[in-house]
Design a binder for this molecule. Structure first.
Ligand SMILES: NC(=O)C1=CN([C@@H]2O[C@H](COP(=O)(O)OP(=O)(O)OC[C@H]3O[C@@H](n4cnc5c(N)ncnc54)[C@H](OP(=O)(O)O)[C@@H]3O)[C@@H](O)[C@H]2O)C=CC1
Ligand SMILES: N[C@@H](CC(=O)OP(=O)(O)O)C(=O)O
Length: 362
């Protein structure tokens, strides 16, 4: 039985696509206890069940049905210690900044602080070691408990896991080319109009390619020796090129990646499969309850992974890789699938927070 004390948590953006995943995952959590649901003034003052447009395949958890939604004003989060943010990025910046100032630990899905030089951009199966910059963040801002930790863009998250496993086993990557096929839920609700996406593929997702290309360098880079800045993969510059497409799938981003290693000769496809299968993250070692048992599942079947069949692997907390093979242009290519609303969003924030609790940051 866990001896971990109960930790009080709030969800900002509780009514949204990511917020609903937070509600499902946190309602069943062994030690996080939901004490506050916050959203826009449109939803505030009403019972959760009356304002949410619930789009999950399970019923609304009983514990939140009648909770009254509050605004995201900083005095509306009560005695929560942690705030999970699934806020629209138009408002996330100011709200999260205010919460940090009010000494909350904020775990955000929004993009606003990802490039901040004092904020960790953490894919929990990859770089929770970046939490070591948190004392510097607090000190620089004169705070005792307040800080912000962000997770990455959903496509970045899915790709970062196998890339990190490869770098750990075979040394730095020099080049990464990726083409994504991203689910509609990535655009929030109601998202892409049905007349745009049915019977169609849209070969453009605003700002997505730039996010993947930049975020990977922060995530796969390290911390400076004084733990006060990030090195952005500077010792081994890595070129990343992304092409992003919206496809008519509800959940699950599929990504086709090709990579070139710095070290010659490069590993064989079999060596790569073995390394991916054996990959074990720090969050798993620490026993974070929401971490997957297996971080990367490698398929041998030639037609997997597929979003509909594989997105619920381990409740969407791991990634699925397949079609590992030689690339005649770079060294190696493969396909990766990430559940964009679970590991790509809410699950990552929750594992990040579990890691923070386990390491004494909360
Ligand atoms: N969907 C995905 O796959 C992923 C999303 N993200 C990021 O997570 C965040 C949320 O995305 P998503 O859930 O898709 O978005 P949604 O549009 O589905 O939800 C947005 C949430 O923000 C709230 N909100 C909007 N305006 C305000 C306001 N003025 N004050 C307070 N709350 C407000 C909404 O409340 P109300 O219902 O009351 O309007 C709602 O709860 C975004 O920053 C997105 O970029 C990150 C990774 C993946
Ligand atoms: N833009 C992603 C989802 C998302 O919200 O990403 P970000 O967290 O970087 O804003 C998609 O459309 O699938």
């Amino acid at each position: 039985m866990s001896t971990q004390r109960e930790v009080r948590v709030a969800v900002a953006g509780a009514t949204g696509t990511v917020g609903q995943r937070f509600i499902c995952l946190l309602s069943a959590h062994p030690y996080f206890r939901l004490v506050s649901l916050n959203a826009s003034p449109r939803s505030a003052g009403k019972a959760y069940k009356d304002v949410v447009r619930w789009k999950q395949s399970v019923p609304i958890p009983k514990n939140v049905l009648d909770m009254v939604v509050k605004t995201c004003d900083v005095d509306q989060f009560g005695d929560a210690e942690i705030v999970f943010s699934g806020l629209d990025s138009d408002v996330a910046g100011d709200v999260e900044e205010g919460l940090r100032k009010a000494e909350y630990a904020v775990f955000s899905n929004a993009g606003n602080f990802r490039r901040d030089p004092m904020v960790p951009l953490c894919v929990p199966l990859v770089n929770p070691s970046h939490f070591a910059i948190v004392p510097h963040q607090k000190e620089a801002l004169g705070l005792k408990k307040g800080y912000i930790i962000t997770n990455a863009n959903c496509s970045t998250t899915g790709l970062a896991v196998p890339l990190y496993a490869l770098e750990r086993a075979f040394g730095p990557l020099e080049t990464v080319m990726v083409t994504t096929m991203q689910a509609i839920s990535g655009a929030g609700y109601p998202g892409v109009p049905s007349l745009d996406i049915l019977d169609n593929i849209v070969p453009y997702i605003g700002k997505e390619e730039e996010k993947i290309e930049w975020e990977l360098t922060k995530i796969l880079g390290g911390l400076a020796d004084d733990q006060k800045s990030f090195d952005l993969h500077a010792k081994h510059p890595m070129k990343v090129s992304a092409s992003c497409n919206r496809v008519p799938v509800v959940d699950g981003h599929l990504e086709c990646a090709s990579v070139r290693f710095a070290r010659r000769p490069p590993p064989s496809p079999q060596q790569v499969k073995d390394a991916l299968r054996n990959f074990y993250s720090e969050a798993q070692k620490l026993g974070c309850p929401s971490a997957p048992e297996q971080a990367i599942f490698v398929h041998d079947e030639p037609d997997r992974p597929q979003p509909r069949l594989d997105r619920l692997f381990q409740n969407g907390s791991g990634v699925s890789v397949g079609r590992v093979r030689e690339c005649p242009v770079l060294d190696l290519k493969f396909v990766v699938l990430v559940n964009n609303v679970n590991l790509g969003a809410a699950t990552s924030s929750i594992i990040n927070a579990e890691y923070a609790v386990a390491k004494g940051y909360v």
